[in-house]
Design a protein. Structure first.
Length: 292
């Protein structure tokens, strides 16, 4: 029987099968021997034993895997940022976007707390991204605003990522339509929800698909991205790469740069270009420090 690991605790894996049953499983000893650790999100083959428990026989090939948090098979990252409180930091949003690009997942940008921002403030953030990524403006305190996002996510394995305080846990609660985690209330005093997630866990969404609740995906450094790879992680740059005068153009001050021409012409947003430059310099700084 095939199923998906929705939780792993103390050597047990909880596998949900198509018929909606959840089986408590052990992994075959052979996994340990081969150094294979089943992850939440893994699609697996299981055999049910006479006592009702089951064993994981086989892990089906993974689409992708993440170490921190340890989850597999993420289809879509929803990068959540707040329109206000905290104010959107485009540099940080772009780091999350680069990370998700690097992992070759589908990406959706979600701007939350639209109830706190003025229409023009919201539009300003949206304008930077809307030609590059699907952008959904929502307010977790008005669950009906989340419906279009929810429909876009149906049938996928979704992980929420984004800076702390942006409203990920609150949105997750709305998506699960569950009060179990008790973060749904808005507390202006603490500015934080109360729920702290300790284990990765997969939850079913009412419209189909699963969502990862994970403690991680909040603070990334730019992961092992090489200088020459970075431009490829900005989707709006990619069509232009190869059109610069110099093959090794890093799109900084080089003459005949197609990327900078696009920034000047407005088809690449200057905010995005600024993030690119900051990240490139950060990568260079990191490379330099390697040798010191
Ligand atoms: N006004 C308002 N507050 C929100 C919204 N979404 C979340 N919050 C509040 O913002 C705080 C941080 O939310 P939380 O879900 O814990 O953020 P996380 O760190 O990204 O998981 C909590 O106090 C939430 O109640 C929203 O759309 N509007
Ligand atoms: Mg949270
Ligand atoms: Zn260039």
């Amino acid at each position: 029987m095939t199923g998906i690991i929705i939780k792993g605790i103390a050597g047990f894996y909880y596998v949900k099968t198509k018929d909606g049953m959840v089986y408590q499983c052990r992994a075959r000893g052979i996994f340990k021997k081969d150094g294979i650790v089943p992850m939440v999100g893994d699609r697996v083959e299981i055999t049910v034993l006479p006592d009702g428990d089951a064993v994981v026989d086989q892990i089906l090939p993974r689409k992708n895997e993440f170490i921190r948090p340890p989850v597999a098979n993420v289809d879509t990252f929803v990068i959540v940022a707040a329109a206000k409180n905290p104010d959107p930091n485009l540099g940080i949003i772009d780091k999350f976007l680069v990370m998700a690009e690097k992992n070759r997942t589908e990406i959706i940008l979600c701007i939350n707390k639209s109830d706190l921002a003025k229409a023009d403030e919201l539009e300003m953030v949206k304008a930077v991204y809307k030609s590059v990524y699907p952008v959904y403006c929502v307010s977790a305190v008005k669950p009906e605003t989340i419906l279009p996002l929810e429909q876009a996510l149906a049938g996928r394995n979704v992980a929420l990522a984004g800076p702390s305080g942006a409203g990920k846990s609150t949105i997750l609660n709305v998506l699960q339509r569950s009060e179990l985690m008790e973060t749904g209330h808005v507390s202006s005093k603490t500015g934080r929800g109360r729920h702290t997630t300790r284990h990765a866990e997969l939850f079913e969404m009412p419209l189909g698909g699963m969502i990862f609740d994970t403690p991680g995906f909040t603070s990334f450094e730019i992961p092992d991205v090489a200088e020459e790879e970075l431009p490829h992680l900005y989707p709006e740059f990619t069509a232009l790469l190869g059109m610069c005068r110099y093959d090794n153009c890093r799109h900084l001050k080089e003459p005949g740069c197609a990327v900078r021409a696009a920034v000047a012409g407005g088809s690449i947003k200057k905010e995005r270009y600024r993030s690119y430059v900051m990240q490139l310099l950060e990568i260079r700084e990191r490379e330099k420090n390697k040798y010191l």
